[in-house]
Write a protein that binds this ligand. Structure first.
Ligand code: DX5
Ligand code: ZN
Length: 214
């Protein structure tokens, strides 16, 4: 088995049946599940919040990989940690500067949760290189955050080798947006070791789709 972490995004799941969706993902081989939290300010969409994470924690032992697309992430990370998130990723664009980002990473880690930092398509990877030895995960967005089902931005994937070259061996390099059986190979060959996929998995047979990403 590959050591690539697949994190299916439930943004494309049936929200009326999340318990059965998570069971189906687990049976299909997933160990992580990606939860897209949007606030209608940082991104032009509103999705899942703290109560849903809390409810999901009660019914699954999948790793809850929480992607915060919200302003002022430091105000909310404790609530997401208490709700049961295992990984909390926030956006570099939502903090003032590198030292603020480092503070949010430390705060997340102090809650006993893995910390992640994400960069939008227009943010150069060079801006976060000094954080790579502090964070557990670096998420490269390959679409503009806000919606599932968008097309993979190839230019963004070229950030992966820059991150990889400057990262400790232990860093999880995750890609999110437009990941399918073809774009997944581009990402992993460039050095990514975690793939988020929403519409591709949920539009297909979950098991076959997950297996086709490796
Ligand atoms: C977009 C989200 C993604 C989204 C990916 O802002 O962060 O996680 O669910 O969806 P697909 O895989 O359909 O591009
Ligand atoms: Zn996401």
């Amino acid at each position: 088995m590959s050591d690539i972490i697949i994190s299916p995004s439930i943004l494309s799941a049936d929200f009326a049946n999340l318990e059965s969706e998570l069971k189906a993902l687990k049976e299909a081989g997933a160990r992580w599940v990606h939860i897209d939290v949007m606030d209608g300010h940082f991104v032009p969409n509103i999705t899942i919040g703290i109560p849903v994470v809390k409810s999901l924690r009660k019914i699954t032992d999948l790793i809850l990989d929480t992607h915060l697309m919200i302003e002022n992430p430091e105000k909310y990370v404790e609530a997401f940690a208490k709700a049961g998130s295992d990984v909390i990723t926030f956006h570099f664009e939502t903090v003032k500067d590198i030292s603020h980002a480092a503070e949010v990473i430390s705060l997340i880690k102090s809650l006993g949760v893995k910390a992640g930092i994400s960069i939008k398509p227009k943010t150069p990877p060079e801006e976060v290189l000094s954080l790579l030895d502090k964070t557990d995960l670096l998420l490269v967005m390959t679409v503009e955050p806000g919606f599932g089902g968008q097309e993979f931005m190839h230019d963004c994937a070229m950030k992966i080798p820059v991150i990889k070259e400057n990262a400790p061996e232990s860093l999880i390099i995750q890609v999110d947006g437009g990941v399918n059986n073809l774009t997944s190979k581009i990402c992993t060959s460039l050095g990514a070791n975690s793939l988020v996929a929403g519409s591709y998995i949920f539009k297909n047979d979950y098991k076959k789709a997950i297996e086709s990403l490796y």
